[in-house]
Design a protein around this ligand. Structure first.
Ligand code: PLP
Length: 344
């Protein structure tokens, strides 16, 4: 297992040995009675770390985002968000199914939304024809691997505050964003009312995400989590590795970012591959083939070299680094791709 270099995603991360031990030894209760002490500790620590009053453990990032929409909005409301964000592209249309909201998408600039454009789309539902804007959603780090600047978030926040519209941050990789910006994560989350982040990606917990916000918001979200079947029982076994993910893993994300940059630099030297090195901001490398390649042969060569990767889509290939990819693995990965491409 450990000898395979799995670059498909940071969701593939295995729990660390310390996490497995913490799971085995976790003190647990029934979280639906509110008496699992390990979950309570995780929720309190996550809230404090994100600068919010309360937090809720959820089984997945998708559920966290959907609960944010379900809790913040009424059916028929409009949610303003980027047309390339996770909620639009990768959550199965859940916002329509669960919350009955209308997604009002804006074109983003590499994931960044323009505050003035958002402002121009906000509606208060005063006219009998028009829906009301219920929520603005932003994503940082964006799933395209870019980090949205604090000034962009601040500008959106100011518009939202002035118009009295809540802001939800899809912060699946918000600790990667904070690492890239070299700021405390609260510098980012100060510009949102509610935030979701994943314990189960680069932070390496096996399962789970956290949703944070005000006490009143989390109380409502807790009930809606029950409605959706996402309330769990002795979930301290998941909160225990979650605590290690929250406390021990953010500080090592820089290593993943440096490994991604080194991989990008080595791949960028290969004839037939193009990489925008400036876009490698977190643990994600996007490369483009500048000529037709035999994808099956490439995947075969990677497989034979003990490397797992998703095949390119529309000429683009995405490679992610995480705690199981070491600096000493980078040259092997780059060389495998170089040798194969050179032969084609
Ligand atoms: C992964 C991800 C999610 C969803 O998390 P799951 O746990 O896979 O449901 C949401 N938003 C972004 C930006 C993500 O990268």
């Amino acid at each position: 297992m450990d000898s395979i270099l799995d670059l498909r995603s940071d969701t593939v991360t295995q729990p660390t040995h310390a996490m497995r031990a913490a799971m085995a030894n976790a003190i647990v209760g029934d979280d639906c009675y509110g008496d699992d002490p390990t979950v309570i500790e995780l929720e309190q620590q996550a809230a404090a770390k994100l600068g919010k009053a309360a937090a809720l453990f959820v089984p997945s990032g998708t559920l966290g985002n959907q609960l944010a929409i379900f809790t913040n909005c009424q059916a028929g409301d409009e949610v303003i968000l980027g047309d390339d964000c996770h909620i639009v592209c990768h959550e199965v249309g859940a916002a329509a199914v669960i919350s009955g909201v209308q997604l009002r998408t804006l074109e983003s600039n590499n994931g960044a939304l323009d505050a003035a454009k958002i402002h121009s789309k906000i509606r208060h539902g005063i006219d009998i024809h028009e829906p009301k804007t219920g929520l603005i959603c932003i994503e940082n780090a964006h799933s395209n691997g870019r980090v949205i600047p604090l000034a962009t978030m601040q500008a959106i926040w100011q518009v939202a505050q002035a118009e009295n519209i809540p802001v939800h941050l899809d912060g699946a990789r918000v600790f990667n964003a904070a690492t890239h910006l070299n700021v405390d994560v609260r510098e980012i989350t100060q510009y949102c009312d509610t935030v979701m982040f994943c314990l189960s990606k680069g932070l390496a917990a096996p399962i789970g995400s956290m949703l944070a916000g005000s006490e009143a918001f989390i109380a409502k979200a807790r009930k809606k989590r029950k409605l959706l079947g996402g309330a769990l029982r002795q979930v301290g076994v998941l909160a225990a590795p979650g605590l290690l993910a929250l406390n021990d893993m953010p500080q090592r994300l820089l290593e993943d970012h440096q490994n991604a940059q080194e991989l990008a630099r080595q791949l960028a030297c290969i004839d037939g591959i193009e990489i925008d090195l400036d876009s490698v901001q977190i643990n994600m490398v996007w490369l483009r083939f500048t000529r037709d390649i035999d994808v099956d042969a490439l995947m075969h060569a990677l497989h034979n070299a003990g490397i797992k990767a998703n095949p390119p889509e529309h000429g683009w290939m995405r490679l992610l680094t995480h705690w199981q990819i070491k600096a000493s693995d980078i040259a092997h990965i780059a060389r495998t791709i170089q040798t194969e491409i050179a032969q084609q």
